[in-house]
Ligand binder design. Structure first.
Ligand SMILES: Nc1ncnc2c1ncn2[C@@H]1O[C@H](COP(=O)(O)OP(=O)(O)O)[C@@H](O)[C@H]1O
Ligand SMILES: [Mg+2]
Length: 252
């Protein structure tokens, strides 16, 4: 469904992606791990066309999307994706239901307002929130509830592909577990292709079919979750066990 071939991206002198190769088959859940600042979000943004690679090729469902399209094509392309942003990124000035239904209230996915609200309430219910939160504002919710709203928004338009950027950052371990389980259930039930970025190993184990580790601008290791612990790759081992000593130098 998604392929990256020899993707390079620099920002000034900083070479962030240095030849990323990755394939995410349709209906699978791929989790990308790697240290802070290694380029995980840049990789995700390059698939969405929010960042344009300097070199290489990105395809989605057989279509070359390396260079962001414009206009109607772009709208149709983005309509296939759902996205849970790092930090939630809810709109403060919109109510919960308006956040969830954001894409159903405008653009190519536009529905009548009453229908959009009904879908929002159904999606809120799917993530464990009752209809009475629909008319609250994001600031009135706890961190865990905000994540659930972000998740409801990501699935509101029933996308084929869902991206989760650090879905558990800032949550306590119990709430992280709840969100991880919810992500897994929803991805399976929707049959969606999913790409999750995280440095939380409990998320990896809960969400992944396959894992890929980004380090030094390339995918150092990729394989099924069942092979992660026996990879024999010193970089992956250091990361999954959180060791200070190893080939990955901690930036202090
Ligand atoms: N638009 C940008 N302009 C300049 N530098 C950027 C930009 N986006 C990301 N970077 C840099 O690229 C590196 C990777 O960032 P990012 O992909 O956000 O890391 P992470 O793996 O933590 O998600 C960082 O050093 C960041 O500062
Ligand atoms: Mg990031």
């Amino acid at each position: 469904m998604i392929t990256l071939e020899a993707v390079h991206k620099s920002f000034g002198p900083k070479r962030v992606l240095r030849g990323v190769d990755l394939t995410i088959p349709k209906g699978e859940s791929m989790v990308i791990i790697g240290g802070s600042g290694t380029g995980k979000s840049v990789m995700l943004k390059s698939v969405l066309g929010l960042v344009t690679p300097d070199q290489g090729k990105i395809s989605v469902d057989g279509q070359d999307v390396t260079h962001a399209q414009i206009g109607r094509d772009r709208d149709a392309f983005l309509a296939r994706f759902g996205m849970l942003f790092q930090g939630g990124a809810l709109f403060d000035s919109l109510t919960v239901w308006q956040n969830v239904a954001f894409r159903l209230l405008r653009g190519s996915l536009k529905r009548p307002k009453a229908e959009a609200r009904e879908i929002a309430i159904e999606k809120l219910r799917r993530v464990g929130l009752t209809p009475d939160v629909a008319d609250l504002f994001p600031s009135e919710l706890s961190g865990g509830m905000q994540k659930r709203v972000g998740l409801a928004r990501a699935i509101a338009a029933e996308p084929e592909i869902i991206f989760f950027d650090e879905p558990t950052t800032g949550l306590d371990p119990i709430m992280s577990g709840v969100i991880n389980d919810l992500i897994r259930e929803i991805v399976v039930e929707m049959g969606a292709t999913a790409m999750t970025i995280t440095h939380d190993m409990t998320s990896v184990r809960a969400i992944a079919d396959k894992v890929a580790m980004l380090h030094d601008g390339v995918i150092k290791w990729t394989g099924p979750i069942a092979q992660m612990d026996e990879s024999g790759d010193p970089y992956l081992d250091q990361f999954i066990h959180g060791r200070a000593e190893g080939p990955i130098e901690a930036v202090r």
